[in-house]
Design a protein around this ligand. Structure first.
Ligand SMILES: *Cc1c(COP(=O)(O)O)cnc(C)c1O
Length: 396
């Protein structure tokens, strides 16, 4: 009868069978350590709002003022209708924060990755990705048409092998015109571990490759004033393309690229997700600018200290520490998809919200509870979580 719907229902049934079906849960409150779902209050360990800025008065006030002055919407792409002041203020603040010549913002981090990688790389080129990079980078690399190589997660020998291949591929007629781009994350989104950026920088210099680092989960948290892991390791000036999101620790929404003036001018001309997309709402840019000011203030330092205290305490209790840099992502890897789903459901019966992360976000059979901490959690919240995990026998 209706073969389109029948086909979709078949596909959905297959997802359910594999325990991979997902559904949205409506939340009736702002981001915070407690959220309201279905009329009940849950202790929230699912948010990337690491510093608790998404509902911060300074960000809300900046967003409201910007709505009053610039309105709710933007009307067109920034190249078409003129580029509103809040984006320029934000980009100046970002370049200043990251100590780069320039910055460009996108509607999301996803759009930043897709626009940037496809603008820079083409079918003559090679992109080399860490096996665990975010889906937006994988999608961007595929869309670019470049040859794609994956190196084992954080494996420098494997990366060196792929670089060796890319610079000496006998099938390639003119290796001199070939560009090589390495892309990795600084803090990995589902594992919370960190990339050996110093060593990766040394390799990319040795082989003449370019390097793009996605700092989505380090921005606001690691390095001086929360500038990120590249800054903490003293290599940010050697990373050609510094990417991140405004939507996690910065509490707003959007994505950005920081780098040279030439890179930013080039992206304005060539990044299709920037050119062919309506500018984001000015409120998001204004909130992000307020967040940047906040993360570089004593209040930002205090929030980072609160967060790292919680992370250290919970890592100790759950034995989850996997990097000498403290990320706010603590995965409890359970393996089986049904096991992770059941664990998350049991925690929900105790009014604790921890997401079960499954394929395709992580590999099949590597399903996990992904606990994220924020500066706004308290020691009592952590105790509640630890007790609940012990009760459901995830931890003892
Ligand atoms: C969330 C995330 C993105 C995408 O950023 P958005 O602003 O949410 O689109 C990119 N990379 C990583 C590693 C992320 O975790």
């Amino acid at each position: 009868m209706n073969s389109f719907t029948d086909e979709l229902n078949r596909r959905l049934a297959s997802l359910r069978e594999q325990n991979l079906f997902r559904e949205l849960r409506r939340v009736d409150s702002a981001q915070g350590p407690r959220i309201q779902i279905g009329g009940q209050s849950f202790l929230n360990f699912s948010s990337n709002d690491y510093l608790g800025l998404a509902n911060h008065p300074a960000l809300k006030e900046a967003a409201i003022k910007s709505v009053e002055k610039f309105g709710a919407g933007t009307g067109a792409s920034r190249l078409v209708s003129g580029s509103l002041a809040p984006f320029h203020e934000l980009e100046e603040a970002l370049a200043d924060f990251k100590k780069t010549e320039a910055a460009l913002t996108f509607s999301t981090g996803y759009a930043a990755a897709v626009g940037t990688i496809t603008a820079l790389m083409g079918k003559e080129d090679v992109i080399i990705l860490d096996k665990l990079v975010h889906a937006c980078i994988v999608d961007a690399a595929k869309l670019s048409g470049a040859k794609l190589r994956i190196f084992d997660h954080n494996d420098l020998n494997d990366l060196a092998e792929k670089l060796q291949w890319a610079t000496s591929d006998p099938q390639h007629s003119s290796p001199s015109s070939r560009h090589i781009l390495i892309v990795t994350e600084s803090v990995f989104s589902m594992d919370g571990d960190t990339a050996p950026l110093r060593e990766i920088v040394a390799l990319k210099e040795k082989f003449g490759a370019w390097l793009m680092v996605d700092e989505a989960h380090a921005t606001g948290i690691l390095g001086e004033n929360g500038r990120g892991l590249a800054e903490a390791l003293g290599v940010s000036s050697q990373v050609e393309i510094q990417m991140s999101t405004l939507g996690k620790a910065l509490g707003a929404s959007g994505g950005y690229i920081c780098g040279s003036r030439a890179l930013i001018d080039y992206l304005v001309n060539r990044a299709r997700s920037f050119i062919f997309s309506t500018a984001p709402v000015p409120a998001a840019a204004a909130a992000a600018t307020a967040a940047l000011k906040l993360v570089q203030s004593p209040e930002g330092d205090a929030k980072r200290t609160a967060l790292s205290t919680h992370v250290a305490a919970l890592n100790l209790k759950l034995k989850t520490q996997n990097s000498k840099f403290q990320s706010a992502i603590l995965p409890l890897i359970l393996g089986d998809e049904p096991l992770a789903l059941a664990a998350a459901a049991k925690l929900r019966t105790q009014n604790i919200f921890v997401p079960a992360i499954r394929y395709p976000t992580v590999a099949r059979g590597a399903a996990r509870l992904r606990i994220t901490l924020t500066a706004k959690h308290s020691a009592a919240h952590l105790d509640e979580l630890v007790t609940a995990l012990a009760q459901i026998k995830i931890q003892n």
